[in-house]
Design a protein around this ligand. Sequence first.
Ligand SMILES: NC(=O)c1ccc[n+]([C@@H]2O[C@H](COP(=O)([O-])OP(=O)(O)OC[C@H]3O[C@@H](n4cnc5c(N)ncnc54)[C@H](OP(=O)(O)O)[C@@H]3O)[C@@H](O)[C@H]2O)c1
Length: 307
Amino acid sequence: MKAISVIDKDNDKELALVEVFDVQPAKYEIKVKVKKVPLTTGDVALMRMGSKKNKIVGQFYAGEVVSLGNGVDEYNIGDRVCGLHKNGTLSEFICVSNESIIHQIPDDISYEGAVSLLFGGSAALYFLKKLASMNRKLWILINGASGEVGLLALQLMKAYGHNVTAVSSAKNFAILEQFGADRCIDYTQENIEEYLDQFDVVFDAVGKLNVHRTVAHMSKDSDFITTHVGVELIGTLLKSWLVKSVRIKMGIASFKKEDIETLFELYSVGGIREVIDSRVALKEVSKALDRVKSGAKVGTVIIDFEN
Ligand SMILES: NC(=O)c1ccc[n+]([C@@H]2O[C@H](COP(=O)([O-])OP(=O)(O)OC[C@H]3O[C@@H](n4cnc5c(N)ncnc54)[C@H](OP(=O)(O)O)[C@@H]3O)[C@@H](O)[C@H]2O)c1
């Protein structure tokens, strides 16, 4: 069967279409025929951190159940499912444990719609979930609101009733407004640091703000949340908290089955929608990798196994 694996090329990591052995479900496993997979900034980060050569890439999937191992009662052949599988999802077939993060796709969501919510939606929920239950309207700035995480963060915060200022370059304002941004700022034209003291929460979805300067410009008793992972910042962040009382949240998102449930519930009432940056056929996977590496995608890049 076909799969996408990491190869070394010109001292860099590339992706290539390879042939691998078919898989069969062991006890408590479900075999899925993969239909759609998002290629994400998370996959690129894992490749950069030294993914082993020949390792199959991809963490999320949507597809159809084609066979069941012994002991699996809760799924049937033909079920439409999606989930997280850390052993690589860019493969025609995968076998996943019935206890892994796997979820039935509701009838009103396509494979593509379901899989496009998983990475950005779970990450946005990980960083912002506690704001859902705030019983007052918050003024939130989302930096990088046009990215995969940012667009889900924008929609979630609007669904939870908050006021959102979205930051990107002006070419993406139309989509930010379509998803409810109350105000847009073009970071290529304006210095957003001048506005930071107006917000209860600053969420750097794209992880590109200078942490020290951002916290210095925020008002007392506000929250700074960033997707940037940088242990080198911990000492300075602690000092910022002591001096400015700015609460800081950073870290590595954990993905939970209950988060997929939340995303699907919001989808079914029209609270959130997928945004597809591009669809790429399996044989053109290096185009998808270039697009993800560009830092300019708007929403999700989908690898399409049906094309
Ligand atoms: N810590 C965690 O657990 C975790 C989880 C998920 C993601 N992440 C990280 O979060 C980051 C975002 O991921 P993503 O998939 O959402 O990224 P993405 O989709 O690649 O984000 C691209 C978007 O960001 C905008 N952008 C680029 N530079 C910007 C800047 N300087 N200021 C404001 N907007 C800018 C671009 O808009 P323009 O073209 O208009 O500039 C583009 O639409 C990645 O670094 C990823 O590794 C971390």
